[in-house]
Design a protein around this ligand. Sequence first.
Ligand SMILES: [Zn+2]
Length: 337
Amino acid sequence: MRAVFMTGYGRPLEVREAEVPRPGAGEVLVRIEMTGACYRDILTVEGFFPKARPPLILGHEIAGRIAELGEGVEGFTKGERVVSLTYTYCGQCRNCRSGRENICRNRLWYGEDMDGSYAEYIRVKAGSLVKVPEAVPPEGAAIAACVTGMLIHAFQRVARLSENETVLVTGAGGGVGIHAVQIAKALGARVIALTSSPGKVEQITKAGADEVLVLGDKTLEEIKRITGGEGIDLVLESVGQPTFSVSLRALAWGGRIVNVGNVSASSVEIPLGLVILRENMVSGSISSTKQDVEQALEMTARGLVRPIATVLPLEKAQEAHELMKRRESVGRMLFKP
Ligand SMILES: [Zn+2]
C-alpha cells in the first residue's frame, strides 16, 4: 500500500510503499476512505512529541470501511463504514471508567505512538470505532473525531455552553475554526469569528458567523462594542499563544476560555488578578469520546454541520502541511488515498 511517512524530525514527508498491516486480536483493518491533516501532525514532524519515532506513518483522523476483522471482534462486519477515535484507550483506568476515555492514562495516539492513517489501510482497535450513518459524506466522517466531535466535547462537556451565550472563535478560517462557527451556531450561541486573514472573511460569514473580525489593534474595542460592553462568554481558542492574550482580555465577567490548539507550542502569560477579579476560567480540552463522535456524526447527517474541506491525494501531504503553516488553507485539508 502507499503511505506517507515522517522519515525524520524536520524532514519533508515521503510517500513510500509499505506492507498492508494484519489485524491482531480485537483489531480491524480499515481501508481509508478519507483522512485529515491536523496541525498536531505538523508539530509531530517538528519533533514536539518525542514518543513519535520516525519512520512513522502520520495521521490520526481515520474514516473508512472495514476490510478485515481480527480475532474476537464482535459487532462489526466487513464493508461497514466506521470512524475511529484518534487514540486507543484501556477501558480500565479511573478516567475510562468515568466515561472520559479521551484522557485515558494509557492512551496511545495514532500517527504518534503507532502508525497512522496517511495510508491506504490502517490497523485499529475495534474498541475505538464508531459506526457512520450513510447520510454522512466522507468529508464529514473524516472530521468527526478530531474536528467536529472534538468541538462538541470542548463546547458541551468541558465548557458547558448554553444557548444565547456569546462565543468567540479564534482561527475561524482554519479547519477547526470554521467548523467551530457552525457547531456553536447549531448549539444556539451568538458567534463572533476572529481571523488573521482578510481573504477568509467571506467563507467564515457563509459558515454562519454573526460577526467576523480581522485581527488587529482594534480587535478588543470591536468586541466590546459588538457585545454592548459585556465581553465574551466563551472563547474557543484554536490558535493558542498568538491570540491568547486578546482572547483572555475579551472575556466577560464570569467568561471562560477553552483551549483546543496551540500552533506555536509555546507558553502564555496569565494575569491572575484579572482572572480572579472577573472570575474567569481557563481550561483545555482534548479530542473526543465515542459519545461526542456519535453526536458529531448525527449532527452532520442532519445537515447541521457542513464539512468545509479541500480533498487532495496522499502525494500532496507535504504541500498541505506547507499551506497550513502559511495559514493559506480554508477549512480542513483532507487526503483521499
Ligand atoms: Zn487531528
